[in-house]
Design a protein around this ligand. Structure first.
Ligand SMILES: Cc1cc2nc3c(=O)[nH]c(=O)nc-3n(C[C@H](O)[C@H](O)[C@H](O)COP(=O)(O)OP(=O)(O)OC[C@H]3O[C@@H](n4cnc5c(N)ncnc54)[C@H](O)[C@@H]3O)c2cc1C
Length: 156
């Protein structure tokens, strides 16, 4: 797939961008042509995600630890969260999340391309005519774009 001809450009390959990209990659040959733009050259194990979920939730299989309940102790006292039937508090390491998403994106029938080491410069256009331009020289035309990168801070 040429990175200059995509149905969807996802700006930012973090948790949100990679999650969407991996789900679209799972559609295989029937999925849209997607380009993910991510400045990082490599993903490292720099964070984790914890959440309550049932055992059949999409990320539960990646959890390296799970708890039925928790308690919090402070100088003012302690509180215990009641166990919720069917739910567990799950811990997913960043490394496991990234490895799973990257493998799905790299699958043979995937129509998702991950461009690493590329920083998106901007998006222009309305519905059906959006495009992004990295700081260098490349420009990709796509039907849709999704911003999954942090908002730029306004100069004071
Ligand atoms: C140690 C730690 C623990 C955390 N634990 C939890 C938790 O338990 N539960 C929870 O909900 N959240 C947790 N968070 C917060 C977590 O970071 C967010 O929930 C989640 O990562 C946000 O996802 P995101 O895709 O919006 O942003 P990010 O994951 O930050 O992704 C943004 C992406 O945009 C990319 N980007 C930046 N500039 C550009 C550009 N110009 N062009 C293209 N791409 C660009 C970045 O490189 C990055 O990959 C934790 C964070 C940390 C650091």
């Amino acid at each position: 797939m040429s990175p200059t001809d995509a149905d969807l450009v996802i700006l930012g390959g973090g948790c949100a961008g990679l999650s969407l990209a991996a789900r679209l990659a799972d559609a295989g040959a029937h999925g849209p042509r997607v380009v993910v733009v991510e400045p990082r050259l490599a993903y490292v194990d720099d964070r984790s995600w914890c959440f309550w979920s049932t055992a059949d939730s999409p990320l539960a299989r990646l959890a390296s630890a799970a708890w039925d309940g928790w308690s919090l102790s402070t100088a003012q006292g302690a509180a215990t969260l009641q166990r919720a039937p069917g739910l567990a508090y799950r811990y997913v390491r960043g490394a496991d999340f990234h490895a799973d998403a990257l493998a799905r994106i790299a699958a043979t029938r995937s129509r998702v391309t991950l461009l690493q080491g590329v920083s998106a410069g901007g998006v222009r256009g309305g519905a059906g005519a959006s495009w992004w331009r990295p700081r260098a020289v490349r420009c990709t035309v796509a039907k849709w774009s999704i911003r999954a990168r942090p908002r730029r801070r306004r100069a004071r």
